[in-house]
Design a protein around this ligand. Structure first.
Ligand SMILES: O=C(O)c1ccccc1NCC(=O)[C@H](O)[C@H](O)COP(=O)(O)O
Length: 222
């Protein structure tokens, strides 16, 4: 099985092209006004066209209400929803049933106890995005460019399908892959020259480093 790679927070055609050329499996579009990566539905609808048949377009929202979600989903036609707020298991189940789209539930991790939060969503969420817990007072629930202690994941049930996220970049992705053996990885700040400004060269460097560490999941290359 190939490693999934999600480039998140895309806002320009240039960045989308670099992500697709690198072989991204998922492209993330942020719908959260406080984020420097926030995109309008109209822009995301245009940007996601290039991904059709090549990568999954992921709509990232944070405790969005029904009206907002309907606008996003009807407009950009995502392949997947990423719920990055405090959405309950019931809310996740209801959205899956309503839209028939796979859901990736973000879980914020700082310590081992945070991983217990996964349990309530198992059998409901299709996938998890294990991200670093934001620092106290942070405005953003994700995209803060900080890693968490990946060693915590070595105790996780191997059946949990997750993308590793939080502070990944070309310099640390090799170590992260070797330690955690995730089925997918996700990056945002680590491929930016400034908050919200993706850098195609950094995107290319990230793919190069991830592929150098084994694009296939490590245990399958052993
Ligand atoms: O990236 C954002 O600005 C953001 C805002 C609100 C909710 C989620 C957000 N990002 C979600 C992601 O999937 C990011 O890629 C993930 O948090 C990792 O970000 P980073 O640590 O910057 O690589």
């Amino acid at each position: 099985m190939e490693l999934d790679i999600k480039i998140c927070g895309l806002k320009t055609e240039e960045a989308v092209a670099a992500a697709l050329d690198g072989g991204a499996s998922h492209l993330g579009f942020i719908f959260f006004e406080k984020s420097p990566r926030n995109v309008a539905v109209k822009a995301a609808t245009r940007l996601r066209q290039a991904a059709r048949g090549r990568a999954k377009a992921v709509a990232v929202s944070v405790d969005a209400d029904d009206e907002t979600l309907a606008h996003i989903i009807e407009g950009m036609e995502p392949d997947m929803l990423q719920l990055h707020g405090k959405e309950s298991p019931e809310r996740v189940a209801a959205l899956k049933a309503r839209y028939g789209l796979p859901v990736m539930k973000a879980v914020s991790v700082r310590e081992a106890a945070d991983l217990e939060g996964i349990g309530a969503y198992r059998g409901i969420a299709d996938r998890f995005l294990l991200d670093a817990k934001p620092p106290v007072g942070a405005e953003l629930p994700g995209g803060n460019g900080i890693p968490f202690d990946w060693r915590l994941l070595t105790f996780l049930d191997g059946d949990v399908d997750y993308m590793l996220s939080g502070g990944l970049n070309a310099a640390n992705i090799g170590a992260a892959l070797r330690l955690c053996r995730p089925r997918g990885i996700d990056v945002s700040s680590g491929v930016e020259r400034a908050p919200g400004e993706k850098d195609p060269d950094l995107i290319r460097a990230f793919f190069h480093a991830a592929c150098g560490a084994g694009r296939a999941r490590p245990e399958e290359t052993a």
